[in-house]
Design a binder for this molecule. Sequence first.
Ligand SMILES: [Zn+2]
Length: 216
Amino acid sequence: MNLILFGPPGAGKGTQTDNIAKTFNLYKVSTGDLLRNEINNKTDLGIKIESIIKKGSFVSDNIINNLIIKILSQKKIHNRLIFDGYPRNLDQAKNLDLLLKKYNEKLSCALYLNVNKDVIIKRILGRQTCTKCGLIFNEYFNPSSKTNHSCGSKFLVKRLDDNEETITGRFETYLDKTKPILHYYKKLNLLHEIDGEAKIDQIFKEISEIIRSLEA
Ligand SMILES: [Zn+2]
């Protein structure tokens, strides 16, 4: 079984991917991790990647394909992959199909965590950390109060590196790139949309049911 999880930045994709990988004994494939591994291990490809990134350019689809081939050719993780942050465009998606076929595998389903932009903005901008005890709150969804937090509100701080504009920009860029991919998987009858605004546990339960139905 091979899965892909899609979701805009701030949708909680990372948490869900980790939970799914652990519960269903899948191997998480994140192209970001793969690129970092190559760089850290100073492989020929890693040296090339590092110079591309240093120049501020994007790593080509061709390099990404080579990294994916490295994964697909490992027998011990054969047919139990969950892709995170990949494919990033339609070409990569089509290429993934070809590569999977070559290694006698296929995609079982593509999951999309659907979250409204306004919810993502509130999740990110509402986030508060207590500098005294380290607890994390959200002023919209999980505010600090007398019952859940004894330090009071005076130690709460926000990260200021995001604002509504940058979050909206990231969200829209993601959707522009991802919509064609989702459409592609929908036509192949592989797409499952999930309400990403539900509670983390509820989302995980829904995803688990879909995966179990694939196994059955
Ligand atoms: Zn505190």
